[in-house]
Write a protein that binds this ligand. Structure first.
Ligand SMILES: NC(=O)c1ccc[n+]([C@@H]2O[C@H](COP(=O)([O-])OP(=O)(O)OC[C@H]3O[C@@H](n4cnc5c(N)ncnc54)[C@H](OP(=O)(O)O)[C@@H]3O)[C@@H](O)[C@H]2O)c1
Length: 258
């Protein structure tokens, strides 16, 4: 298993939720962390909290939709520590809307953050990792990539794009010593899901982070969890369509995410 001590880890979306939980857990592994997100005050407060455990911590305030800012974040890590061992791309938006409330500009922004954000970061990371002949790229997709409801149409489309993009990149980088891990979780308790009281098989963010770290250390290429949610998604493919439509429509009325 990969030893993470003193490894240089860049985390986008580190100011909240899964990214933050990963930063906390990786600090305990004594990593060198570059925390990336738009809210500098939140990142700086987190960096102060992590300093006693981490080997080193720095922050980069930026928007992943801007390719130049992604390149600058990667440059900052390389200038400071000489390399990037692991990059975790967790920055994302999860906006669910009922069809009569659909807002195309909002959906387009979410797709930009979720898809272009990952594409921009991978674009900035590849030359560095190819030069190093090593590196791990971890992308946060979702089980939503495999199950779409009326409220999650744009979100699910963005995550299907992320999974497909990472799968393709992953197939081409092995010869450079680079490894790609696609993570497809079910519901995780984070600020993204806080408006929903009853999400099935929800997992705590620190449990999610522990599973991702295990996946990185074991060089996994795909993580899907929890198994109960996977089973539910498989069942939706075999239950009669008419029953499924009824379930989805009832659920669509209740799910509201930010
Ligand atoms: N929670 C779930 O149930 C769940 C399930 C499956 C997959 N996921 C995926 O896991 C990832 C993390 O989700 P989460 O639940 O941890 O969400 P979260 O708590 O809302 O955190 C999202 C993070 O993304 C950052 N971010 C958003 N837009 C950004 C931008 N344009 N540029 C840079 N950073 C940006 C936010 O920081 P700033 O606001 O400071 O920029 C924040 O740190 C997302 O990709 C999400 O789709 C979540």
């Amino acid at each position: 298993m990969m030893d993470l001590s003193q490894k240089v880890v860049l985390i986008t979306g580190a100011s909240s939720g899964i990214g933050e939980a990963l930063a906390v857990a990786l600090a305990r592994h004594h990593c060198r962390l570059l925390l990336v997100a738009r809210r500098g005050d939140v990142l700086n407060a987190l960096a102060d909290r992590l300093r006693p455990d981490a080997d080193d911590v720095d922050v980069f305030v930026g928007d992943v939709v801007d390719a130049d800012q992604c390149a600058a974040a990667v440059e900052k890590a390389v200038a400071k520590w000489g390399r990037i061992d692991v990059a975790i791309l967790s920055a994302g938006l999860g906006i669910y809307r009922r069809v009569h409330e659909f807002e195309p500009a909002e959906a387009a922004r979410m797709i930009q953050v979720n898809v272009n954000g990952v594409v921009n970061c991978v674009g900035a990371l590849l030359p560095v990792m190819i030069r190093q002949q090593s590196g791990v790229i971890v992308g946060l997709s979702s089980l939503a990539a495999h199950f779409v409801s009326p409220v999650s149409a744009a979100y699910a489309a963005s995550k299907a794009a992320v999974s497909t993009f990472l799968e393709g990149i992953g197939r081409g980088v092995g010869k450079y010593g680079i490894h790609v891990l696609t993570v497809e979780p079910g519901y995780i308790r984070t600020p993204m899901t806080r408006n929903n009281k009853k999400l099935p098989f929800i997992i705590e963010a620190d449990d999610c982070a522990a599973r991702i770290i295990r996946g990185i250390r074991r060089k996994r290429t795909l993580l899907r969890f929890p198994w109960q949610m996977m089973l539910l998604i498989r069942l939706t493919r075999i239950v009669p369509r008419i029953l499924m439509r009824w379930v989805v429509q009832r659920k669509a009325g209740r799910i509201v995410m930010r």
